[in-house]
Design a binder for this molecule. Structure first.
Ligand code: 5GP
Length: 179
């Protein structure tokens, strides 16, 4: 029997120009908020890579960058909202003004746990910046300080975000549809 192949189609949700414009606005706001200070951008791998880099290029206060990678524990423990760090930061964040950069806040579990973990390391301040927010999907409370766009509950790819490791390189945010 012939194997049925599922077709995937990506349609533009937020264009390259719109993302670019919003990234500049957020970078301006961060530069104003942190005037006279320097910021440590903590990029949550891998989906936030493009966003972090584009943002960093446009922030006018001194910037340092570090990278962290985490995955949720499976099943039972996942429901406790715990994350497993699969690649930790290279540098301590103690006394640093840290901004965690995320691609998308969905249930909020990953960020909730990650922020709790980072706060135990005594940064001078700790804020969260996300490109996308799906508020309808929230299960745990997360205070988001900078949001690019609020979106509906659709599965998005592009601008760093993947499906099965594909589509990260798309310059826009698109909705993945399967036919
Ligand atoms: P949360 O812990 O908030 O439920 O999950 C956030 C993470 O789930 C994001 O960092 C991202 O990796 C993944 N995620 C949630 N929604 C989407 C989506 O629409 N597209 C993609 N590519 N990843 C998503």
């Amino acid at each position: 029997m012939a194997e049925q192949v599922m077709e995937e189609k990506v349609t533009v949700l937020i264009s390259e120009e719109e993302v670019d414009r919003r990234v500049r606005e957020i970078a301006k706001k961060i530069s104003e908020d942190y005037a006279g200070k320097s910021v440590r951008l903590v990029c949550v791998l891998k989906g936030s890579v493009f966003f972090t880099c584009e943002l960093a290029k446009r922030i006018t206060v001194p910037v340092t960058m570090d990278f962290i990678s985490c995955s949720s524990y499976g099943n039972g423990t996942e429901s406790m909202g715990r994350v497993k760090i699969t690649k930790d930061l290279d540098e301590p964040v103690k006394d640093k003004h840290v901004i965690v950069i995320e691609d998308i806040v969905d249930s909020g579990r990953t960020l909730n746990s990650l922020l709790a973990l980072l706060s135990t390391r005594k940064p001078a301040s700790l804020r969260l910046c996300t490109l996308l927010d799906k508020p309808d999907r929230r299960e745990v409370d997360v205070k988001v300080d900078y949001t690019g766009f609020q979106i509906e509950n659709k599965f998005v790819v592009g601008y760093g975000m993947d499906f099965d490791q594909k589509y990260r390189n798309l310059p826009f945010v698109g909705v993945l549809e399967k036919e």
